[in-house]
Design a protein around this ligand. Sequence first.
Ligand SMILES: Nc1ncnc2c1ncn2[C@@H]1O[C@H](COP(=O)(O)OP(=O)(O)O)[C@@H](O)[C@H]1O
Ligand SMILES: [Mg+2]
Length: 258
Amino acid sequence: MGRVIAVISGKGGVGKTTTAINLGAALNKLEKEVVVVDVNLNTPNVGIHLGAPIVPVTLNHVLKGKADIEEAIYEHSSGTKIVPSSLSIKEITKFNTKKIPAVIKELKALADFVILDSAAGFSEEAMATIEAGDEIIVVTNPEMPSVTDSLKAVKVAREMGKEVKGIVVTKYRGESYEMPLSSIKSMLEAPIIGVIPEDKAVKEALNKRDAVVHTNPRSKVSKKYNEIALKILGPNGAPKEEKKDGIFSKLMSLVGED
Ligand SMILES: Nc1ncnc2c1ncn2[C@@H]1O[C@H](COP(=O)(O)OP(=O)(O)O)[C@@H](O)[C@H]1O
Ligand SMILES: [Mg+2]
């Protein structure tokens, strides 16, 4: 059985998708079977980040009962698997968010790690994503409004009985106008498991439709994401699941890759 890690935040635009993709890719480099799921049903991003903007079957189809989850898994050339959501405005409505936890549970049997890229805040889909997670990572930026909202996210997750694995502070510049890490630490009631610097390498990776841990493996951002992946694995590493050749060998390759 895999571990489901939900990447959430109070505010949008803080770096959740970047974190979900790069943690997924870093765990994949550590030979783990990883599926990154785009649980932004209204404004999906994972497929765009990894060069699969339009695909025939998405999470939206699965939630509508029109397809099985296995049909919505696509493989990036790097080996990381993704389940995209639909960009079509026709698919925006009528999906059943209540089915999200059950669908994610099915993925647990197919991978070592299922990483959920959540919508921001506490909408129905965001709450269903937290519900579906075994462990929660809260992404924040080093500024008061973002940290305040992160504290709320930590509390909401705990009230739902979820383990908050920790906070990832992203787009950190070390400038005097930013909230100091010591203040972030004392304000949030959870450990900081990584501090990711602001780096143009992240935008360059987006341009190449790949994770920065692949495009710029020696950048500080990549080193930091690799460190978080190792922390998630723990000292002995999660036990490797048996290879599921039957399922993953049938996956489609993504289109639009460089
Ligand atoms: N460490 C970073 N350095 C520079 N830009 C970043 C970094 N992390 C994220 N970004 C950029 O910030 C924007 C929002 O990031 P994204 O991961 O999409 O956030 P969210 O999923 O929380 O909305 C994107 O343009 C992304 O490329
Ligand atoms: Mg996002």
